[in-house]
Design a protein around this ligand. Structure first.
Ligand code: B12
Ligand code: SF4
Length: 512
């Protein structure tokens, strides 16, 4: 492993443009229009962007929360989607919607509450739903006319019926144990297509076979049994959205291998490409990795979390030994699938050398992309309770629980050292030297790899402009289409016994 020292790069604090740091102003003197009955406005609130990471990450693919509840909206309701992160200004208010549905995560809960107050004062009914409402209902309830705990696809029609009848309840709850196959396909037609690399966020499964103590799936009160949609439904949705590239937002598409194999069979005839999050144990079965590649998988987002077995054991993650991770990455690479590794820093067994060791490992194994997170105890998870009982939480300032800030006292370094190490990791991995070190082995693939890397990792100044001008899709399109064409032309070879080089995949593998 190359000897990388954290001091090799001078730490820079990148500039964060104002509209990436703060939400649009909500003027309290603004006169709103009249209330339009049976009009529902669905809002994804603004959250500040991490200047160390790529701004492009936030416009790869939309979350499915709002399009899923839009699909469950009765036909006599008009639905509009508004994502504040697309930098188009504040959400619309003329006419005023009869109901405003807001999705809430802890990092943007404060903004969600501000929006809720603004609309409620003017007479709209406000409904809050999403992960943070489930983990902190008592905190959210005072800010809404109604809160939705759990599956919005089940709850939203009930909520709208309550509004129509003038009998809206303050709280609605639903488990996630409905038959997933009966859910309508998310309503992607309400999305602004020019604003995302692809609007085809797909979800095939719900839940995960693991229960890591730091994961949101371990939240108290969240019961998410493993559920699957029919592979043919998923393929039909992919086809219907008309985009060449899809991103699976499943927690772990590899949780059930038999299912993944069937899904690959259904996706294969589409001649399209896709990426997905999987856990590394999926490589137990190399034939399945080949099936994924043949079905159009160009990239996987892998939650390695840590390169130390002790950390993974303490978090309760069932996973192969970390010493075997490199071999397993090669299996993806051998089938032309690029790897975006997700790493968490700040575990109890992490010392100050964790940053340099992680960077060296990523470079040695030529991971095309990597995403870093500071360990973050999400409220109502086992990790949160542990930190609380050990008196290690520094505060409960939720906007800083964004995995870019140290919100607890780490065991073997100071919070400041943890934040600096995290910043260093991004700086290192986004550096010219590191991008070059991780280039694909086949020279034909290098120009497109370099183009992708520079666009994604070194162009934050450009991303702001592209987002504001609605040029995100246009800029990615040629790279996506080139990747798809190369991939399709190589499938013949992929479906044979031999593996292939890494030269056909060049678009970034989306992941959080
Ligand atoms: C797509 C995605 C993204 C996208 C888009 C994010 C966005 N806000 O628009 C991108 C890549 C930009 C992204 C970025 C980040 N993400 Co993200 N992301 C996801 C992912 C993979 C899928 C979300 C999704 O579509 N789920 C499927 C939908 C259908 O489920 P749902 O959102 O829960 O919605 C259902 C219910 O909650 C409810 N509901 C939701 N909203 C509403 C609203 C109303 C009115 C009603 C009635 C019901 C309702 O109904 C829906 C249907 O049942 C999830 C993991 C996952 N699989 O959920 C992580 C996840 C949400 N992300 C997470 C994180 C940490 C981040 C980042 C902070 C990471 C980082 N440091 O960069 C950033 C920043 C974003 C932020 N501040 O929130 C965490 C959140 C943890 C937590 N407890 O808050 C998750 C859970 C991943 C994880 N395993 O830890 N992310
Ligand atoms: S493997 Fe990933 S999705 Fe599954 S519980 Fe662990 S962190 Fe969550």
């Amino acid at each position: 492993m190359p000897a990388l020292r954290i001091t090799k790069l001078p730490l820079r604090r990148p500039r964060l443009p104002r509209d990436m740091a703060y939400p649009p102003h909500l003027d309290h003197s603004t006169q709103a229009g009249p209330i339009e009955p049976r009009y529902a406005l669905l809002i994804n609130p603004f959250y500040p962007k991490d200047p160390h990471a790529s701004f492009g990450k936030h416009v790869l693919t939309p979350a499915l929360s709002l399009t899923s509840i839009a699909a469950a909206t009765p036909e006599h309701w008009k639905v509009r989607y508004w994502d504040e992160n697309l930098l188009d200004g504040r959400p619309p208010y003329d006419p005023l919607p009869e109901v405003v549905g807001i999705t809430v995560h802890l990092t943007f809960a404060k903004r969600a509450f501000e929006l809720a107050e603004w609309y409620r004062r003017r007479g709209s009914k406000v409904v809050l739903g999403g992960l943070h409402v489930l983990s902190c209902p008592e905190e959210c309830a005072p800010h809404a006319d109604s809160i939705a705990l759990g599956d919005g696809v089940v709850l939203w029609p009930r909520i709208l019926a309550g509004i129509e009848a003038g009998a809206l309840q303050p709280r609605y709850s639903a488990n996630y144990d409905s038959d997933y196959r009966l859910d309508p396909p998310p309503r992607r037609a309400i999305l602004p297509r020019r604003s995302f690399l692809t609007t085809t966020s797909l979800i095939a499964t719900r839940g995960c076979h693991n229960r890591c103590g730091f994961c949101y799936l371990a939240t108290d009160g969240l019961r998410m049994p493993y559920r699957m949609r029919d592979p043919s439904q998923v393929a039909a949705e992919f086809e219907a959205d008309g985009q060449p590239y899809a991103v699976f937002v499943d927690n772990n598409l590899g949780s059930n291998r038999r299912y993944l194999r069937a899904l690959c069979e259904a996706l294969r005839p589409l001649q399209k490409i896709w990426s997905a999050a999987v856990s590394i144990d999926v490589t137990d079965d190399p034939a399945l990795i080949r099936a994924m590649a043949v079905a159009g998988c160009t990239g996987v987002f892998v939650g390695f979390e840590s390169l130390a077995d002790e950390n993974l054991a303490a978090a309760g993650k069932r996973t192969p030994k970390t010493a075997d991770y490199a071999r397993r990455c090669r299996i993806f690479h051998d089938y032309g699938i690029q790897v975006n590794g997700s790493f968490v820093v700040g575990f109890d067994h992490d010392r100050k050398d964790v940053f340099a060791r992680t960077a060296a490992w990523i470079e040695e194994n030529r991971l095309e992309c990597a995403t870093f997170h500071i360990l973050t105890p999400y409220p109502a998870t086992p990790l949160f309770r542990q930190m609380e009982s050990e008196n290690r939480l520094l505060h409960r300032d939720w906007p800083l629980y964004d995995t870019a800030h140290a919100v607890f006292r780490p065991r073997n370094m100071s919070p400041q050292e943890l934040e600096e190490g995290y910043a260093w990791l991004y700086q290192r991995l986004f550096s010219h030297a590191s991008i070059w070190r991780r280039r694909p082995s086949g020279w034909q693939a290098v120009p497109a790899y370099v183009a992708m890397s520079y666009l994604y990792k070194r162009s934050n100044w450009l991303w702001r402009f592209l987002i504001r001008q609605h040029l995100v899709h246009a800029v990615w399109s040629p790279l996506v289409e080139l990747t798809r064409l190369r991939h399709v032309s190589r499938r013949q070879r992929l479906s044979g016994e031999e593996s292939c080089d890494r030269s056909q995949m060049n678009i970034v593998t989306a992941g959080v």
